[in-house]
Design a protein around this ligand. Structure first.
Ligand code: MN
Ligand code: MN
Length: 471
């Protein structure tokens, strides 16, 4: 049995709040195993939305993008995909929809390297061909050199075909400069610029050296290989969403296998546990249960698939119509105003090497349960969603009643830095929103680290919140 509290933890007194007696199942490997598989299969928001829709549809959930004759009876599951990159799913509650929903908000996108619109380039002097990239989200660029990268995404061709690029067996690598030669050219740079954005070029082929040619011959070779594989020309690459993601399998971590190291846990850890919670067999939920996986969180939540768009309102109108309430603005306002939202995202856990950036009293520890994050933001709580005393009380009471391990968390010491989630964009719709999280180490890196115990607690929170929570 994994322990939530280490006996010698100097802060164990604090953990009195987090229910030291919480029991974990003796074997977390089943949940951990399917979670790792999900992360390996779903490396982009498109892959996540598709995989989730497939599972929901396979479990009898109704696709709301099509007309349905099914009645919205309590317990009935539904889902709706927006532009292949965002997904909402949930269950009909026993109470009327106008009383509001229990909503879990999370995001499906993760930091990565997008390809430039015209990515194919080469170097005539060396004969090496590569793909040019433009990074997406807050990465430390030096993480992305010398690791296997895999190409993912979708291409829309001149002859109107849609090509999904996935596990196609390509391995690409961004080569770093070796230590023997980096003394002047690289070693004195600041860490953040150890590799610059324009230096993030992924090796893709090897051709002949031809210093006299306008365009290195190797670019022709790359385009030929892409044509052979996908039947595309260079112009087709312009109408594509292609990115490079770490081609590294998710792993159990540690001698005790208590942790998971994997790419994309921010924020698929929330998405996966919310999906599992909804798919669990059980009584119909008291209130309407909703979960929305947004896109574009890592770059500010803009665009039609980001949390700032009106997709959520469209979904609620659709649900109001389905439940016979009509699509009146008044009913919409009632649903939004009555909704209690958990904005779930990963949070920084204390890293033993960098303890100074956090206030230990208000920081999260891996394996100590889900976090309640009263506010996010930076500086003087700028850009924060600050959950009220009333909201924290309701969530705290629920966690204690359900015997779920939890801890309080703030991103870092005052003025140390900070960050935000989708919470504030949802709160602007006049709903109660509180940030909840799962602690990670190495966030936004190729191998983010989580604790299996925390994943289990997140799933417990989501299934109890969706089915039983009444604000
Ligand atoms: Mn996140
Ligand atoms: Mn993030």
């Amino acid at each position: 049995m994994a322990r939530m509290v280490k006996e010698k933890d100097p802060h164990s007194w604090k953990r009195k709040w987090s229910r030291e007696s919480v029991e974990l199942p003796g074997d977390l490997s089943k949940l951990a195993g399917s979670y790792k598989q999900f992360l390996d299969d779903c490396r982009t928001e498109r892959e996540c939305a598709r995989s989730m829709a497939d599972r929901l549809s396979g479990s009898g959930f109704i696709d709301l993008s099509r007309p349905t004759r099914a009645k919205p009876s309590p317990g009935r599951g539904f889902f709706l995909v927006n532009r292949n990159r965002e997904i909402a799913f949930g269950m009909v509650g026993k109470r009327p929809l106008v009383q509001g929903t229990n909503l879990i908000a999370f995001h499906l996108d993760s930091p990565r390297l997008d390809l430039k619109p015209l990515p194919v380039d080469g170097d005539a002097d060396t004969g090496l061909g590569f793909l040019r990239t433009h990074y997406y989200g807050g990465i430390k660029k030096y993480h992305w050199v010398n690791i296997p990268l895999s190409l993912r995404g979708t291409i829309h061709t001149t002859d109107d075909r849609i090509i999904d690029v996935g596990r196609d067996g390509w391995t690409l690598i961004i080569p770093d400069l070796e230590p023997h030669l980096s003394k002047k050219a690289q070693d004195t740079r600041k860490l953040m610029n150890g590799i610059t954005g324009e230096e993030l070029i992924a090796l893709a082929a090897q051709g002949v050296v031809d210093p006299d040619s306008d365009r290195p011959p190797v670019t022709k070779l790359i385009l030929e290989l892409l044509n052979e594989k996908y039947g595309i020309g260079e112009e087709d690459l312009i109408s594509s969403d292609l990115c490079l993601v770490p081609d590294l399998p998710s792993r159990d971590l540690g001698f005790d296998r208590s942790m998971i190291a994997a790419y994309g846990q921010d924020d698929r850890i929330s998405g996966y546990t919310a999906l599992e919670a909804v798919l669990e067999k059980g009584d119909p939920p008291e209130r309407w249960a909703l979960a929305v996986g947004f896109d574009k969180e890592e770059v500010g939540s803009d665009g039609p698939t980001g949390a700032r768009s009106s997709f959520l309102e469209l979904l609620i109108y659709r649900l109001l119509e389905w439940s016979g309430e009509g699509n009146k603005r008044k009913a919409m306002n009632a649903v939004l105003g009555g909704t209690f939202c958990i904005s779930s995202d990963v949070k920084s856990g204390i890293n033993p090497s960098f303890k100074g950036v956090q206030d230990p009293l208000n920081a999260a520890r891996l394996g100590s349960g889900v976090t309640i994050t009263k506010y996010t933001g930076s500086g003087g709580k700028y850009s924060a969603n600050d959950a009220s005393a009333e909201m924290v009380h309701k969530l705290r009471s629920h966690l204690n009643k359900e015997n779920i391990a939890w801890q309080m968390q703030e991103s870092g010491r005052v003025d140390e830095g900070g960050g935000g989630t989708v919470a504030k964009f949802l709160a602007s719709r006049n709903m109660d929103v509180i940030d909840v999280g799962i602690p990670l180490l190495s966030m936004h890196s190729k191998y983010e680290v989580s604790s299996k115990a925390d994943i289990y607690m997140a799933k417990m929170l989501f299934s109890s919140f969706l089915r039983r929570f009444t604000p």
